[in-house]
Design a protein around this ligand. Structure first.
Ligand code: NDP
Length: 262
């Protein structure tokens, strides 16, 4: 498949988010740089980082040295909510480390511990988007009720909610709550929350001549859920991107959904 022609999901306006992204938590220093460069070489066009990960500089350097055009790569970073009142300077530091004048998606990393910070922080996110410092804004680790508070106060929906997700956490109701609000569900920790030796995954993997890890990733994509596997191992980086040569039948999707018990 042409790497620049991967499946995407529309966010607000013209923005399209690749359903497959590359996770970078705990990939710092040389390992961070090397893994992002390997990921871009393997065909990922979406990189997930955060202020908290301490690797934006390495991510930025890999993007610049990949030879790809900035507009062909979707970059997400995240605001630590304890930076309440310093949102703008935190984003500027991210942009400077990443070596870019805008990110594609900026997320509140988790709900602020002080509920009073919640709406003002969301307004700061929206202001940064309106000034084109980020193309879209969203949240992470938010409940539906917490997102509804933001929507009620500002009439602006988060474009994305990034939460822990995998077949074993599949929650049909929660997925529908995102869809009903036009909020894209982005899953994180797809492998850490999966039992890769599960017999259902093994059977389906064997039927397609792929690995259970690839089945987990494909399941997200077939549900139009964004997935961001992390690896610092070159073979895994490549294998985790090689998920566009097969797709799951409706029956296989149902069998995998059932692993979540909902
Ligand atoms: P993942 O579920 O992506 O698992 C990563 C682990 O799985 C690593 O130990 C990796 O090993 C291993 N692995 C990678 N590929 C395979 C494979 N094909 N088969 C078996 N094992 C494999 O966990 P993460 O928690 O890193 O989640 C992914 C990304 O989501 C993060 O990197 C981060 O970007 C984001 N995230 C966001 C959070 C938030 O609060 N918003 C919280 C947590 C994660 P190795 O690297 O050694 O190859």
């Amino acid at each position: 498949m042409d790497h620049d022609d991967q499946p995407t999901v529309p966010l607000s306006g013209e923005v399209r988010m690749p359903l497959l992204g590359f996770g970078t938590w705990q990939a710092t220093g040389k390992a961070g740089y090397d893994s992002v460069l390997a990921a871009l070489d393997a065909g990922y066009r979406h990189i997930d980082t955060a202020t908290m990960y301490g690797n934006e500089k390495e991510v930025g350097r890999a993007v610049q040295e990949s030879g790809l055009r900035r507009e062909d790569i979707f970059i997400t970073t995240k605001l630590p909510p304890e930076r309440a009142g310093r949102e703008r300077e935190t984003l500027e530091a991210s942009l400077s480390a990443l070596g870019t004048d805008h990110v594609d998606l900026w997320l509140i990393h988790w709900p602020p511990s002080s509920p009073a910070d919640s709406i003002p922080m969301w307004r700061e996110m929206l202001a940064a988007r309106d000034e084109d410092l980020t193309r879209a804004v969203g949240v992470s680790n938010y409940s539906t009720a917490q997102m509804d508070e933001l929507i009620q106060a500002t009439e602006e929906n988060p474009a994305v909610n990034q939460i822990r997700w995998s077949p074993f956490l599949y929650d049909r109701q929660r997925h529908a709550e995102h869809r009903d609000r036009g909020i894209v569900l982005e899953g994180y920790s797809p492998f850490k929350t999966s039992e890769l030796s599960d017999p259902v995954l093994a059977r389906i993997a064997a039927a397609h001549n792929v690995s259970p890890a690839q089945v987990v990733l494909r399941w997200h994509i077939d549900h139009e859920i964004v997935v961001i596997p992390k690896s610092v191992t070159p073979e895994r980086i490549r294998a985790n991107a090689d998920v566009f040569g097969f797709s799951l039948t409706a029956e296989e999707m149902r069998d995998i959904d059932a692993l979540g018990g909902s």
